[in-house]
Design a protein around this ligand. Structure first.
Ligand SMILES: Nc1ncnc2c1ncn2[C@@H]1O[C@H](COP(=O)(O)OP(=O)(O)OP(=O)(O)O)[C@@H](O)[C@H]1O
Ligand SMILES: [Mg+2]
Length: 265
């Protein structure tokens, strides 16, 4: 697949849940959109608008009640369950708000797991896990279990795990939702790097209009319907962040200088 080709194609996707006979509750009411290879897209909406329901469909974790969904050329309706699990393992990297790491299993082993399922040999997957943990700045904590890591560190391990089988697409559902803003910034910076340097297709699900502005394209979901699409503001936000960083570095430098001058007197 070449950059710019359609990676996700959703047509008239509906999803209903049975909430006790004869009640059927429709959560998605006919969702249409496409995502191209290499795009960084956000799906933004309030709590209960159907974002996670939609993410489960995009990630082939759940099937729509009706509609057509093609993921990287594969017709999801026709695919059998075991084909979907192979597709998920190879093509999709999932990142969740609550990390979903395996407890009592260190960071390296957590990252190795999807590669083990994909049949990669022990030495190769161990080496790749270490390389991926290094990419997210976790080299120093890789033999620690999740309960010995901070939220931001756990999320970095989860991103390394999502990258394990070099997926075509990364699906992230509120990846910074449980983190403070500085740690959330670090996580967003990793996503930008994966997008800009590795050309990954990323779908970010968030309730935050502010965060969604960091992506190239914003799809707004309201009560199970798409209410519109807009372009994000990442180049502008990036420039502002860089300016703020430079100013804070200058202020730190000035403070150090002032302290040195004081000591010299
Ligand atoms: N398995 C289910 N059975 C019945 N209703 C469900 C089920 N899963 C989700 N829903 C309902 O579908 C609606 C959308 O839920 P969903 O989890 O997709 O929202 P969301 O936008 O992800 O919300 P949040 O921002 O709080 O995570 C909610 O009203 C929810 O109660
Ligand atoms: Mg949700």
């Amino acid at each position: 697949m070449a950059a710019g080709d359609i990676m996700l194609d959703l047509r008239d996707i509906r999803k209903s849940f049975f909430i006790g006979t004869p009640n059927e509750f429709e959560v998605l009411h006919g969702v249409n959109f496409t995502v191209r290879e290499g795009e960084f897209v956000s799906i933004v909406g309030q709590s209960g608008s159907g974002k996670s329901t939609l993410m489960n469909i995009i990630g082939a974790l759940d099937r729509p009640t009706s509609g057509e969904y093609t993921l990287d050329g594969v017709d999801i309706e026709k695919a059998k369950d075991h084909e979907l699990s192979i597709l998920r393992n190879k093509k999709i990297g999932f990142v969740f708000q609550t990390y979903n790491l395996i407890a009592r299993t260190n960071a390296i082993k957590n990252v190795e797991l999807p590669m083990m399922y994909a049949g990669m040999g022990r030495a190769e997957r161990n080496e790749r896990a270490k390389m991926l943990l290094d990419q997210v700045g976790m080299t120093h904590r890789m033999i620690h279990n999740p309960d010995e890591l901070s939220g931001g560190q756990k999320q970095r391990v989860a991103i390394a795990r999502a990258m394990a089988n070099d997926p075509a697409i990364i699906l992230a559902d509120e990846p910074t939702g449980a983190l403070d803003s500085a740690t959330g910034r670090l996580i967003m910076d990793i996503f930008h790097k994966l997008h800009e340097e590795q050309g990954k297709t990323i779908v970010l699900i968030t309730h935050s209009p502010e965060l969604s502005q960091e992506t190239e394209r914003i799809i707004t979901l309201r009560d199970g319907d798409i209410k519109g699409e807009a372009a994000g503001q990442w180049p502008k936000i990036k420039a502002e962040l860089e300016k703020a960083q430079m100013e804070s570095a200058k202020m730190k430098e000035a403070a150090v200088q002032a302290k040195e001058d004081e000591l010299a007197c």
